[in-house]
Design a protein around this ligand. Structure first.
Ligand SMILES: *[C@@H]1O[C@H](CO)[C@@H](O)[C@H](O)[C@H]1NC(C)=O
Ligand SMILES: *[C@@H]1O[C@H](CO)[C@@H](O)[C@H](O)[C@H]1NC(C)=O
Ligand SMILES: *[C@@H]1O[C@H](CO)[C@@H](O)[C@H](O)[C@H]1NC(C)=O
Ligand SMILES: *[C@@H]1O[C@H](CO)[C@@H](O)[C@H](O)[C@H]1NC(C)=O
Length: 781
């Protein structure tokens, strides 16, 4: 049987893979309705009906209540009651224990928002059953009692927000057992006592918001924190030790009474907000604070700071709000504060000699002097050296200011490859033919998906600390590539795994967590696979601002390097080329049907097919929705998909766009000539056409890369060429499905292998169990 008969199948088939529409597991739907009932059927859930298809129905979703699924399981639940209506506690019959028991029947829950719902009772320890939780917001309820110890078992929890409740007791020391906790916000509760020393061991913690509680005593070292909001407690007297990366420090309304550590603060070049108002600070006001490069908001109001301000002190560029009111400052207000459109500057109730604005009335200067003496401070120290240090660091680029770009791999590094062993094994693997009915069977896909042992580490969430360590703090030397829109870093995890890390800026409005579900499934032998993600948080409201995606690092060159630009020893043989093409097709098959929703229009290019050290091809660039979504809002075009993301799935024949690109890759694989223009494609198509209709094999053989054409069987050449031509059909509907392509390439591999064996009389082959060969089995090291 030749390839002709098979080709007929190709054009008939129109098996466009639909993203599967798996309905939610009935037991989970039941749990959701049960939750609604336990909440007393709140108006916000009025759109949930018995026939609601939680995973795919659109209408029931509102901004205040929605569910996200992955496949048939709930991964996110958001119910936000109406704050305007003044939520009351639920009736006495409400049982928070029953509520969390029901909740724990949604075992895949990662993101949970339950706000303004009147939940009351102690937070149950059985929250620990929701092992996958990453982000929890239970603000504005009536939760009381201590934080349950069970929380410490939530190893993936990154954000815990329980503002505006009645939680009490001390902040527990076991919080340090949560390795990824980055945001802890318990504003406006009833926490008491001192903060645990173990806070300083929480390397991932970035934002700690404990404002408006009843906390007392000195703060532990807070060197890893970027956001500290401790306003309105009874903390003090000592100013805490801060790290140099701190961005926002709010200590207003406490009992701090020592001085400000001027030297430490002068090195905080990322500090944007410092609010120490309403304390009992004494001592000189470090005027260098005004010139910190990032400083935007500075309030020292309502303390007893002393010192003589100098009219020629300098201000930082970003300063927009300064409140010096009600201190004991003398001298004159710096000119840079006075002549500043767009800046608010308050300075009343000091002893400054100001020209102009009478509304900000001042005490006579003896007042300040006497008051200062009364608190034991000798005034008139003048202003301290202004921040020379700060000036130096002003130029440092913020690590956070990273943006997006399209391709997973920007710069494909031509690594100096360890001498590739031209894999005899690979050729043998290629002969592993799947029975055709298995290929057509959808279960085949899920089998491929389930190949757990991919030889890569399990998917997980990373902490920013880990990624900083992996990239040496995002050093320039770790930068793999960038363009105007984004950056990509190379790094090495602490266990030695090399990775690439992509930084993405996240729009507030984006429901990025939905994408995380999908990204976490992007793991396949023939993809540069996702290893994990990491969130970075907004300084003001703890929302996610950046998303880092961690991928495998594949560093053995790209497919073009093994074909048209390959040097002698590195060029793939014909059999290897077929099996490589099979690998790429399997990768495409996975992108289309192995994940939900499928990824189409992946802009496949031969230079983005990367080869690993075992000569396994991996698709290095694919159409991750969050990339193209962000791109849509921030840039036009680029290296990503040619189609707006929300249209991709709906583009008729979206999968066939990839088949065309695959055809172009195949063209280069066949001919061994780099193809760079549509013109070349058209020319070669014609040549293929005539070669296929030619009688003898010589015309076909002439089209094939001379470096390999000797060993080609005519049947396999013909089949590959037919596949290629089919993929390049003008009409998308005429192009074969990826299943058909795979089927035919497998056939080509088989006949090639057969002919090779009969000509070489390989002694190995009879004993090699082909059917079980390792083409899809774990990568051996
Ligand atoms: C929804 O289902 C519940 C029981 O599952 C039933 O009591 C209720 O009448 C149903 N409501 C509608 C509108 O069908
Ligand atoms: C705050 O804590 C102190 C003890 O540390 C206690 O005396 C005081 O009553 C508490 N205030 C409130 C409002 O609970
Ligand atoms: C600011 O002015 C004072 C005199 O008022 C002078 O001694 C000082 O050197 C000046 N500083 C700068 C930085 O110009
Ligand atoms: C938590 O929920 C409240 C109320 O819905 C919202 O205002 C706040 O922004 C949320 N916080 C985070 C960090 O998502």
């Amino acid at each position: 049987m030749g390839g002709h008969a098979l080709l007929i199948l190709l054009s008939v088939a129109s098996l466009a893979l639909l993203p599967g529409a798996t309905p939610l597991q009935p037991s989970q739907a039941w749990s959701l309705f049960k939750l609604r009932q336990l909440l007393g059927d709140p108006p916000v859930l009025g759109t949930w009906h018995n026939y609601t298809d939680f995973c795919y129905g659109g209408d029931y979703k509102t901004a205040s209540a929605f569910v996200e699924c992955y496949e048939d399981s709930v991964t996110q639940l958001h119910i936000m009651g109406d704050p305007g209506a003044g939520a009351r506690p639920l009736p006495a019959t409400f049982s928070i224990d029953a509520f969390f028991t029901t909740l724990s029947r949604l075992p895949d829950l990662k993101v949970l928002t339950l706000t303004n719902l009147g939940l009351w009772g102690p937070l149950p320890g059985k929250i620990s059953r929701l092992q996958k939780l990453e982000i929890v917001n239970v603000s504005s309820n009536y939760l009381y009692g201590e934080l349950p110890r069970g929380l410490s078992q939530l190893g993936s929890l990154q954000t815990l927000v329980a503002d505006h409740n009645m939680l009490g007791g001390k902040l527990p020391g076991w919080l340090k057992d949560m390795p990824l906790l980055a945001v802890l916000s318990l504003r406006n509760n009833m926490l008491q006592g001192t903060l645990p020393e173990s806070l300083k061991d929480m390397l991932s913690l970035r934002s700690l918001v404990l404002a408006s509680n009843n906390l007392s005593g000195n703060l532990p070292d807070l060197k890893n924190l970027q956001v500290i909001d401790m306003a309105n407690n009874a903390l003090g007297p000592k100013f805490p030790r801060l790290g140099r990366k701190v961005a926002s420090v709010v200590l207003a309304g406490n009992k701090f009474s020592d001085g400000l550590p001027a030297d430490m603060l002068a090195s905080c070049y990322l500090l944007e907000r410092l609010d120490v108002s309403g304390n009992r600070f004494v001592g000189p006001f470090p005027a260098a604070l005004l010139s910190l490069p990032s400083m935007e908001y500075l309030s020292i109001a309502g303390n007893r700071f002393t010192g003589r301000l100098s009219g020629n002190a300098s201000c930082g560029e970003n300063l927009r709000f300064v409140d010096l009111s009600s201190n004991l400052l003398t001298g004159s207000l710096p000119g840079c504060l006075l002549a500043a459109p767009g800046k608010s500057v308050l300075f009343s109730a000091n002893c400054l000699s100001t020209a102009g604005d009478d509304s900000q009335s001042q005490h006579p200067s003896p007042f300040c002097r006497n008051q200062a003496l009364a608190v034991g401070i000798v005034p008139e120290q003048g202003h301290k050296k202004s921040g020379a240090k700060a000036g130096v660091v002003a130029g440092i680029v913020l690590v956070g200011a990273l943006v997006v770009s399209a391709a997973v791999v920007f710069v494909v590094r031509k690594a100096s490859a360890p001498k590739a062993r031209p894999a005899r094994r690979l050729v043998e693997n290629a002969s592993s033919a799947y029975p055709s009915n298995l290929l057509a069977d959808a279960r085949y896909i899920s089998q491929t998906v389930k190949l757990g042992a991919l030889g890569i580490p399990a998917y997980r969430s990373f902490s920013l600390v880990e990624l900083e360590a992996a990239t040496d703090n995002f050093q320039v030397s770790s930068l793999m590539g960038q363009d105007a829109h984004g950056q990509m870093y190379r790094g090495r995890l602490s266990n030695g795994t090399p990775v690439t890390i992509r930084s993405l800026k996240v729009n507030k409005s984006q429901s990025f967590t939905r994408h995380i579900e999908m990204i976490s499934k992007l793991r396949h032998r023939h993809l540069v696979s996702a290893l994990g993600h990491c969130f970075q948080y907004n300084l003001d409201d703890s929302t996610v601002t950046h998303l880092y995606l961690v991928f495998e690092y594949v560093h053995n060159g790209n497919l073009r390097g093994r074909i048209s630009q390959g040097t002698e020893g590195r060029r793939l043989s014909w059999g290897q080329r077929i099996s490589t093409a099979i690998g790429v097709a399997k990768g495409i098959q996975f992108l289309h049907g192995g994940i939900i929703p499928g990824l189409f229009a992946n802009n496949l290019k031969i230079t983005n097919i990367l080869m690993d050290q075992n000569q396994v091809p991996k698709i290095g660039s694919y159409n991750i929705p969050i990339l193209s979504e962000t791109m849509k809002s921030e840039m036009q075009g680029g290296a990503g998909s040619k189609y707006p993301p929300d249209r991709i799935c709906r583009v008729p024949n979206g999968d066939k766009i990839d088949m065309y690109d695959f055809g172009v890759i195949l063209l280069e694989v066949i001919s061994g000539r780099p193809i760079s223009s549509i013109y070349e494609v058209e020319m070669m198509k014609e040549q293929l056409q005539s070669a296929l209709t030619a009688q003898g094999p010589s015309k076909r053989s002439n089209l094939v890369d001379p470096a390999v054409s000797k060993g080609c069987s005519d049947d396999s050449m013909r089949t590959v060429m037919e596949v290629c031509l089919g993929c390049l059909a003008k009409e998308p509907t005429q192009r074969p499905s990826v299943e058909d392509v795979l089927w035919n390439l497998q056939f080509a591999a088989q006949v090639q292998d057969g002919s090779r064996r009969s000509s070489e009389e390989s002694p190995l082959s009879p004993s090699q169990p082909h059917a079980q060969s390792a083409h899809d089995s774990p990568t051996h090291r």
